[in-house]
Design a protein around this ligand. Structure first.
Ligand SMILES: CC(C)(COP(=O)(O)OP(=O)(O)OC[C@H]1O[C@@H](n2cnc3c(N)ncnc32)[C@H](O)[C@@H]1OP(=O)(O)O)[C@@H](O)C(=O)NCCC(=O)NCCS
Length: 329
């Protein structure tokens, strides 16, 4: 009988645009204050991409780092998967633009849309492809430029989001099985609480959709907050159960970086002390599908995680979607 194919995590990488937008910069744009943003969200600053720097460019720079960390040549990649809700264009996919930049012509490439849970959905997809034997080495990216779909006159949303990209290389292995579990969920009945109304087939681009700023993020913050905490707890507990690990086995808990108060509420409900929870929201803001992977990469680079440590990633986002994964790095 053939041995089950395992998944090995070979390496991670990340990239943030150079420009930093601080809370005091925002005080000059909308009626807000560093004090309000810091106490309500935990965010102090976020990165903003340049006009001529599309999502695929951030994805490319993060990918180069991940390939280096994985110690493989790009030619070994046989599938490119980009989780994003801020693609370069509606089509072709950002994954195709990235494939061109990586000069990996012919390698299959596609985007995955699951908002802030995108990277966890991506891990699940990569795991299934590898275990099925269809692909051996997958480049998985979470990349976003939320600054380009933000209404910079709306203080309710513009203080929350930022830009960045993270990448991971996963490959088939006979010895390792680093993705111990994944749990995913979604509830489309909440689609109108966090969404981008225009630009799709429901509301194609017209002069009035532009004038009414319908190409920017709309959100009912309180309702999103209320749903996020229980769903993240549920996902984290389910993934833990599926992994056959206990809370004490998790070296670091990496939640989606949307709001410090959400992170603290989830940790409290799960009985995890904050010193075991990774937080970098203060310098990134919410970068949707890129949050968990960039946080994981930072935790590895700063020595908070060592080879063999077990980590849990958990996310929640528009859709609503949610998901968690227990992995060994
Ligand atoms: C957005 C969020 C920070 C708002 O916090 P809140 O405590 O719910 O605040 P409210 O929406 O009740 O607003 C309270 C007041 O602050 C004001 N306010 C909103 N944004 C502000 C800002 N940037 N600066 C100053 N005041 C602001 C509101 O207008 C409101 O004023 P009012 O009472 O005069 O009407 C919070 O709801 C949140 O984080 N939700 C989750 C969002 C999220 O994570 N989304 C992504 C999920 S993936």
């Amino acid at each position: 009988m053939n041995k089950k194919i395992g998944v090995k995590i070979l390496g991670t990488g990340s990239y943030f645009p150079e420009k930093i937008l601080t809370n005091s910069d925002l005080e000059k744009i909308v009626d807000t204050s560093d004090e309000w943003i810091s106490t309500r969200t935990g965010i102090k600053e976020r990165r903003i991409s340049k006009k001529n720097e599309p999502t695929s460019e951030l994805a490319f720079k993060a990918s180069i780092e991940a390939l280096k960390a994985a110690n493989i040549s790009p030619e070994q990649i046989d599938l490119i998967l980009v989780a994003t809700i801020t693609p370069d264009m509606l089509f072709p996919s950002t994954a195709c633009f990235l494939q061109k930049k990586l000069k990996l012509i012919s390698v299959p490439a596609f985007d995955l849309s699951a908002a802030c849970s995108g990277f966890i959905y991506g891990i699940s997809t990569a795991k299934a492809f590898i275990e099925s034997g269809l692909y051996k080495t997958i480049l998985l990216i979470g990349a976003e430029e939320l600054s380009k779909i933000t209404d910079w006159t709306d203080r309710n949303t513009c203080v929350l989001f930022g830009d960045g990209a993270g990448a991971m290389v996963l490959s088939a292995s006979q010895e390792n099985d680093d993705v111990l579990s994944v749990f995913l969920g979604a509830d489309g009945s909440y689609s109108d609480l966090l969404f981008l109304p225009a630009g799709g087939t429901v509301c194609p681009v017209t002069e009035s959709t532009v004038n009414e700023k319908l190409h920017t993020i709309k959100m009912q913050g309180k309702e999103v907050f209320r749903a996020a905490v229980p769903k993240m707890v549920l996902a984290a507990e389910k993934a833990l159960e599926l992994s056959c690990k206990k809370l004490k086995d998790i070296k670091l808990f990496i939640p989606h970086q949307a709001n410090m108060r959400i992170i603290e509420a989830v940790a409290k409900k799960m009985g995890i002390s904050m010193d075991r929870v990774f937080v970098n929201i203060y310098k990134t803001g919410n970068i949707s599908s890129a949050t968990t992977i960039t946080a994981l990469d930072e935790a590895i680079k700063t020595g908070k995680l060592q080879k063999g440590d077990i980590v849990e990633l958990v996310a929640f986002g528009g859709g609503f979607t949610w998901g968690a994964t227990v992995i060994r790095i």
